[in-house]
Design a protein around this ligand. Structure first.
Ligand code: PLP
Length: 381
């Protein structure tokens, strides 16, 4: 079956009791048992809940995985995926990653004796060079946040398989509509469902999708024991978002491409980082593993932070906000906002200059978005 059909039907059959065409919100903490012997049913909503179960099944289908597990945030999903590591283990991570994930590596894993090295660039070689005998996991964000770098997931998966290393891909920027890392050989996919999957900037959530039984058991045990699970109502909202993921992603992409082309030709803009542009250094690679390029783009303003401030204070439709992937267009300064956890030196080492502006292109009319950027960018050169 096709993506959009799976998103609407497969794991979301009409409610057997009432015929309700949407899965009910099972807003309950606990379930009455039939007797003292466990009968295989639901027991307690931290361990399992029917609304969450329907969401998890849908998430697994859309990423073409066997197992999906939902979490209370993307960060909780990240932590759950990384829980497969033990003291003494080593991680190789892409250097351009979400600041909160960097904080997990530095402030939560390092004190537990789990160390992380960062690949110097986005090439497969730069990941391979950072691998040590004790490396147990490679962490990839593709496209990455905020530099929109693309990792060669097929090549990294082949290498990881050979070395017995787990390949985990944070696929938040692409969404399963444009990228399915498990099909390319990755072991785990992580999403912040807060973003495109929810799609309406109204929930915080996360997910881990995988095929392997042992990995699933480990992440599921962590989910049940640590308990960072989403509430039934939030699960329902993500499920509703998934039903329109295809149509939203196509529009996000069309709008992003429109703005990327406009910005590329603007004299105040030094660089446009969007994998859909043929000027993107990894455009061909992106095309070979993604079915589209998504709705995120990053620009570098020639005038540095001063120009960034002017642009951000000049826009009227684009909201200054940290998140992404919603129907409304958002704008952010990675240096001041999403990468706040990094020192200026750490940011520079990653290639994140003060002049960067990250744009989450929403679903407004592209002409209105362009006109808004056009008037705000005036005089930013
Ligand atoms: N991964 C990426 C790529 C993100 O951009 C974010 C948040 O911005 C996260 C993970 C964390 O997700 P959440 O904010 O839902 O915890």
């Amino acid at each position: 079956m096709h993506f959009e059909t799976l998103a609407i039907h497969d794991a979301q059959a009409p409610d057997p009791h009432t015929g309700s065409v949407t899965v009910p919100v099972y807003q309950t903490s606990t379930f009455a048992r039939s007797g003292l012997e466990y009968d295989g049913g639901f027991v307690y909503s931290r361990i399992g809940n029917p609304t969450r179960q329907a969401l998890e099944a849908t998430l697994a289908l859309l990423d073409n995985g066997r197992y999906g597990l939902a979490f209370a945030s993307g960060a909780a999903a990240t932590m759950a995926a990384l829980h497969v590591l033990k003291p003494g283990d080593h991680v190789v991570s892409g250097i351009d990653i979400y600041g909160g994930t960097y904080r997990i590596f530095k402030e939560l894993l390092a004190p537990m004796g789990i160390t992380t090295s960062y690949a110097g660039g986005s090439t497969t070689e730069s990941y391979v060079e950072a691998v040590r005998p004790e490396t147990k996991l490679i962490w990839v964000e593709s496209p990455s946040n905020p530099l929109m770098r693309i990792a060669d997931i097929r090549a990294l998966a082949a290498f990881s398989k050979e070395r017995g290393i787990i390949l985990a891909v944070d696929s938040t920027f692409a969404s399963p509509y444009f990228l399915r890392p498990l099909d390319l050989g990755a072991d785990m996919v992580i999403h912040s469902t807060t973003k495109y999957l929810g799609g309406h900037s109204d929930i915080i959530g996360g997910a881990v999708i995988m095929n392997d039984d042992a990995l699933h058991q480990s992440v599921k045990t962590y989910q049940a024991a640590a308990g960072a699970v989403p509430a039934p109502w939030d699960c329902w909202l993500v499920m509703r978002g998934l039903k329109t993921l295809k149509v939203r992603m196509k529009e996000h992409e069309a709008n992003a491409m429109h703005l990327a082309r406009f910005l590329e030709s603007h004299p105040a803009v030094a660089k446009v980082l969007y994998p859909g542009l043929s000027s993107h250094p990894q455009h061909i690679l992106a095309k070979s593993q993604m079915s589209g390029f998504g709705g995120m783009l990053t620009i570098e303003m020639k005038g540095g932070m001063e120009a960034v401030r002017k642009l951000i204070s000049g826009v009227k439709l684009f909201l200054l906000a940290d998140s992404l992937g919603g129907v409304e267009s958002l704008i952010a300064s990675p240096a001041r906002m999403t990468l706040w956890a990094l020192s200026p030196e750490e940011r520079m080492k990653r290639g994140c200059s003060e002049g960067l502006v990250r744009i989450s292109v929403g679903l407004e009319h592209p002409d209105d978005l362009q006109a808004d950027l056009e008037q705000a960018i005036e005089g930013c050169g």
